[in-house]
Design a protein around this ligand. Structure first.
Ligand code: GUN
Ligand code: ZN
Length: 436
């Protein structure tokens, strides 16, 4: 067992934050040998219960749950910052040509390392990730995640139409490949598989039907896709699937809405769609930097709250502009305030942080497993330095309460705030950047 003394940030079931300014986090194996958080709380109350356990002190630092990125594209690391008129030309001009490079397995393996380094530098310990349509891209990412002990959930993209040579797959083979990958990766250590239809326009009905059949046969497996991101995309879906009531219901019609199904964006939807997502147990991955960069629109937080739709935060790199959860939380704050085309709400800093940790875990069906520092959770956490930059030091020193402290970090923070990362109980110093 090991123990760490620092300030502690964790979350209650209602999403409010619990902060212990002088806390103790005790990490050790549970009955089955899994490395978990054995205790977390005030140092004064807990320290006496663990005589003989070495305590590492981190004065002035904050221990917080590792962040969860609810939707990210591993092969789009180098697509960040590619401007386009909107989603569809961005896919054609940058994303599909780039993803075609992953036909080369050695390239996919090299990029898996780059991607996971970037997640960890930014304090992200769990990701739900798209790979490419090439099955070996999943092996590349999950083998590298396994080597690092990370909890990663990933899937081979399904796209058997309206996709160029180089990324387009073949209907029957894509389903055979998906099932083989499920059998190889789902539940291996901390890894998981996600059935990954790219989006309805890139999949034939046969491919969507096959994906839905696999989703029914393997209920523990995740599902990930995109929905209602962009107006041109929505018009196209209406032409392709005239029999479905809405874009969201296309996925329902093919058996792709259920618990553990995560749909990126969910911007241009109505209350009936929200209720369908809610009632089936599916959740939204809110991707504010991507939606602002590609001009897609603004997630309707008031609508989600009103209907009870579950959601969490996501970078959506490379439509998204940053791996940093701080940047994503700040963008979500701006989006919540929008108020011109959607009702404006003010998202508090505790709720923003929850969306990227315990809230994202709940959306994934991993409540009590990931995204929190409560006893029983896996030992993935970050050590944050609230004085990482001169301005942040000034601002956080003047914080009068928890909300002000968290807000200062959300507004001014980035990867410099993340001093160390613990993955599966192993605490490392920061993943280094490229040699200067
Ligand atoms: N819709 C279909 N594919 C993609 C993608 O790669 N990124 C985003 N943001 N939307 C998509
Ligand atoms: Zn995406």
């Amino acid at each position: 067992m090991q123990a760490y003394r620092a300030a502690l940030l964790s979350f209650d079931d209602d999403g409010s934050a619990r902060y212990e300014s002088d806390g103790l986090l005790v990490v050790g194996p549970d009955a089955s040998g899994r490395k978990v958080i054995r205790a977390s709380g005030s140092y004064a109350a807990l320290a006496g219960n663990y005589p003989g356990v070495r305590v590492t002190e981190f004065p002035g630092r904050i221990l917080a749950p590792g962040f969860i990125d609810l939707h990210v594209h591993f092969p789009q690391t180098d697509v960040i910052g590619s401007p386009a008129e909107g989603l569809l030309p961005w896919l054609e001009d940058y994303t599909f040509p780039h993803e075609a490079r992953f036909a080369d397995q050695a390239y996919a393996v090299a990029m898996a390392g780059v991607f996971l380094d970037e997640l960890l530098r930014n304090g992200v310990t769990t990701a739900l990730a798209f790979c490419t349509s090439h099955p070996h891209s999943v092996d590349a990412l999950l083998e590298e995640s396994e080597r690092r002990g990370m909890r990663t959930i990933a899937g081979k993209v399904l796209q058997d139409r309206h996709s160029p040579e180089g990324v387009r797959d073949e209907t029957q083979q894509s389903l055979v490949d998906t099932e083989a990958l499920i059998r190889r990766w789902q539940g291996r250590g901390r890894l998981g598989y996600a059935i990954t239809p790219r989006f309805a326009p890139s999949c034939t009905e046969a491919q969507l039907r096959g994906a839905g059949e696999l989703a029914a046969r393997y209920p523990d497996v995740w599902i990930q896709s995109h929905v209602a991101e962009n107006q041109d995309e929505i018009r196209w879906v209406r032409e392709l699937f005239p029999q479905s009531r809405s874009y969201v219901s296309v996925y329902g019609d093919f058996g792709l809405l259920r618990e553990r199904a995560i749909y990126a964006h969910c911007i241009h939807i109505d209350d009936e769609d929200r209720a369908l997502l809610r009632d089936t147990g599916a959740a939204a991955a809110v991707s504010p930097t991507s939606n602002l960069f590609l001009g897609s629109g603004f997630f309707d937080y008031a609508g989600a709250r009103h209907v009870g739709l579950r959601y969490g935060l996501a970078s959506d790199v490379g439509g998204g502009t940053s791996f940093s959860p701080f940047h994503t939380m700040l963008a979500a704050y701006y989006v919540g305030r929008e108020g011109q085309t959607k009702p404006g709400v003010s998202l508090g800093p505790q709720h923003l942080w929850w969306q990227h940790t315990a809230g994202a875990a709940r959306a994934l069906g991993l409540e009590g497993v990931a995204g929190n520092l409560r006893p029983g959770c896996e030992a993935d956490f970050v050590l944050l330095d609230p004085r990482a930059t001169p301005l942040l030091a000034r601002r956080t020193q003047q914080a009068r309460n928890l909300d002000e402290l968290l807000f200062a970090m959300i507004v001014l923070g980035d990867d410099r705030v993340v001093e160390r990362v613990a993955v599966d109980g192993v605490i490392t110093s920061k993943v280094p950047g490229p040699a200067a």
